[in-house]
Design a protein around this ligand. Structure first.
Ligand SMILES: *Cc1c(COP(=O)(O)O)cnc(C)c1O
Length: 400
């Protein structure tokens, strides 16, 4: 079938909750993908950083096949041989005490919300149903009804209310505004160290450290959502490492799957995750042996191929090159590691038309909000491949 026919079928039979670029991909390898007509593109989005290890990493293909033929699902009614090793390896890598595995990112965020609330009632001593969680403008934590209820993006909420109470939104990057909303009922602050969906927004230096200090002063948990920024994307294993903070809970997902099979997790200290007793929380597929086997291999690849360091070094290399581009359409270029946003001037006519032009040149990027193009290639990318991408970016940004 042609790409055009497949697009018509999708438009006819699928819900229209996305506005994708009209490229129908049927094969991927490393940083490259191929459409059904055989045209080759470089993936410069990495499925919102779920593909840090690149498409169809051979080690993951092999591990998934092997595990599929052996055992895929037990449910948590019984134990399996992969979950214990997954939890231990993740704790050893991250320095946390305990892991609670889930499937999607949003589910792990919901898990963190439940853990923070229960911690507030049982450990901190907040009165019943009074717990508050502080979140930020331009946050993105997923699409469940509770999570969109504390989004500052009107479209994410419109038509989906009523929403869960107990969340307070303050401006991202403004420490004074944050200080004003803390009180005895504050259970937690939940923050993205870099706001990916918000448009690669990076708060002022020292901000996350100041957030941590406030949390300590008010005995509130610091919950860091690293679903997109984590696992090497920002040039560190976790983006919070840039400020040497010690979060109480960290949420990961996306690249934990290596792009193969949804896996997410909440990492925390004992005091926090120990609030869950049998029956408090769960998921049929959470912690299944197939997911755990894939996540273990995904993490080993990150370590063996030094992907956080590669992201750090190549990110700097690429950003320095971007800084040489003629600035007629560019308002700001910001990023850490290979997690870079190019914000266009309002006069540029929107990021979408640039992404379409880049796709015509063979480079797949996606706009975020009106005016930001996000550059987030798989971290297995080579320097020559980045140079190839740069030529296309330069051409489009200078001549469109
Ligand atoms: C993608 C994302 C989520 C939601 O993950 P899903 O797997 O899509 O539910 C949550 N937080 C952040 C920061 C994300 O980037």
């Amino acid at each position: 079938m042609t790409g055009k026919e497949l697009i018509q079928i999708e438009d006819r039979y699928g819900a229209h909750n996305y506005h994708p670029l009209d490229i129908v991909i049927d094969r991927g390898e490393g940083v490259w993908v191929y459409d059904v007509e055989g045209k080759k593109y470089m993936d410069f989005l990495s499925a919102y950083s779920a593909l840090n290890q690149g498409h169809c990493h051979p080690r993951l293909v092999a591990r998934m096949k092997e595990q599929c033929e052996k055992l895929t699902l037990t449910s948590r009614a019984f134990r399996n041989d992969q979950l214990p090793l997954f939890c231990r390896e993740l704790c050893e890598l991250s320095g946390f005490d305990r892991v609670l595995p889930m499937n999607s990112g949003a589910e792990a965020v919901e898990t963190a919300v439940k853990a923070a609330r229960k911690w507030a009632y049982h450990i901190k001593g907040v009165k019943k149903n009074k717990a508050e969680i502080i979140v930020f403008t331009n946050n993105f934590h997923g699409r469940t009804t509770t999570i969109v209820g504390f989004s500052s993006e009107e479209q994410y909420k419109e038509g989906f209310g009523p929403f869960t109470p107990g969340f307070v939104i303050v401006p991202y990057g403004d420490i004074k505004a944050l200080k004003r909303v803390f009180n005895k009922n504050t259970a937690a602050v939940m923050i993205e160290p870099i706001q990916g969906e918000g448009g690669i927004l990076i708060p002022p230096e020292g901000y996350l450290k100041a957030v941590e200090t406030l949390c300590r002063g008010y005995n509130a948990l610091l919950v860091v959502d690293e679903i997109q920024s984590g696992l090497g994307r920002s040039g560190k294993l976790f983006a919070y490492e840039y400020e040497n903070v010690n979060p109480d809970m960290v949420i990961i997902g996306k690249a934990l799957s290596g792009g193969f099979y949804p896996v997410s997790a909440v990492l925390a200290r004992d005091e926090v995750l120990n609030v869950f007793k049998p029956g408090d929380h769960g998921s049929t597929f959470g912690g299944n042996p197939l997911a755990c086997a894939i996540a273990r291999e995904s993490l080993k690849i990150l370590v063996d191929e030094e992907l956080p360091l590669k992201s750090f070094e190549l990110g700097k290399y690429f950003k320095d090159k971007l800084d040489t581009i003629d600035k007629k359409y560019i308002k700001e270029i910001r990023g850490k590691g290979l997690f870079i946003g190019v914000e266009l001037e309002p006069e540029a006519g929107g990021a979408r038309r640039f992404c379409e032009a880049l796709a015509n040149e063979g480079l797949l990027c996606k706009e975020t909000h009106e005016n930001v193009i996000r550059f987030a290639p798989p971290l297995v990318i080579k320097k020559e491949e980045l140079d190839w991408a740069f030529e296309r970016v330069k051409k489009v940004l200078e001549t469109l």
